[in-house]
Design a protein around this ligand. Structure first.
Ligand code: GLN
Length: 282
């Protein structure tokens, strides 16, 4: 069998050279197909692939060439230094979102109750809980399938998941007890405008559409979260929201209109205003 010039009997080194993908993606897929570490790929570069290995690697290359995200193919993506399981039921964690985690860690007082709305893979809540065992995390999502992935990630990454993060199936504030109060609320909600061309390009084609777009102007989930947050925040509690590259001014306006104080935006790694937030109106 010959596929992409990857065949049984070719060496690990030549399988890499024969790949149609770039060197990084090739290495990730080859490590996954062979169950080898990065160092093992190098030290075993002369070793010949078995038929089974060659077929496994070729099948992964084909999936990637058909556009499937690397993270879904290998079932994992690193976020905030932790490995997260990802399936097509959850958005793939983005490096930009680490900004939201850092801002939350800076603002959460010792022992604070933190709410993550629309947790997906659980990346944000679990990264926060992992860095700060003193905090009490609640993570909600309307998708039962996403919550199953998030619970698994908590079990994999946290020493005492049952105590570290409480998961709740909820459509935004819907299932939260009316008297639930938090010191900090964070969210990376769906914020892509309906019909945005990015939704039909690259990795986004394979991600859950309800995690990406509100099927409207991109601000409807952000509006819902801002409108309901004050009722669930303590005095001086922060609300921190990730949003699209061109939404910072609009989100600041939403916060100011609701009476939030210290309203501001923060730039991501690419220098784009990516998170906005403020302190609960008194
Ligand atoms: N940051 C993601 C993207 O544009 C979108 C995630 C979201 O809608 N929350 O690829």
């Amino acid at each position: 069998m010959t596929l992409h010039r990857i065949e049984a009997g070719c060496s690990i080194g030549s399988a890499q050279l024969g790949s149609p993908l770039d060197a990084l993606e090739t290495r990730i897929l080859l490590m996954h197909a062979l169950g080898l570490s990065r160092v093992q790929l190098i030290t075993q570069s002369e070793r010949r692939l078995t038929l089974d290995e060659a077929q496994r690697f070729a099948a992964l290359l084909q999936r990637r060439e058909a556009g499937e995200p690397i993270a879904y193919i290998v079932g994992q993506r690193e976020f905030f230094g932790l490995p997260f399981r990802v399936t097509p039921d959850v958005l793939i964690p983005r490096p930009d979102t680490e900004l939201l985690v850092e801002l939350a860690l800076q603002r959460a007082p010792h022992g604070a109750r933190v709410l993550d709305m629309g947790t997906g893979s659980g990346a944000i809540a679990i990264a926060i809980a992992h860095s700060r065992p003193d905090l009490q995390l609640t993570a909600l999502d309307c998708s039962a399938a996403a919550l199953a992935v998030a619970r698994q990630n908590a079990a994999d990454n946290l020493p005492l998941p049952a105590k570290a993060v409480r998961f709740l199936r909820s459509d935004w504030y819907g299932a939260l007890p009316a008297d639930a109060r938090f010191d900090l609320i964070v969210s990376n909600p769906p914020y892509i405008v309906a019909g945005d061309t990015h939704l039909s390009q690259g990795d986004l084609r394979f991600e859950p559409v309800s995690a990406l777009t509100d099927h409207a102007d991109g601000l409807s989930a952000l509006r819902t979260i801002v409108a309901g947050a004050a009722a669930h925040l303590v005095q001086d509690g922060w609300l921190l929201l990730e949003h699209g590259f061109d939404q910072a001014a609009a989100v600041r306006e939403l916060l100011i209109a609701q009476g939030y104080q210290q309203v501001q935006s923060w730039q991501d790694l690419a220098g784009i205003e990516r998170v906005s937030g403020g302190v609960r109106p008194s």
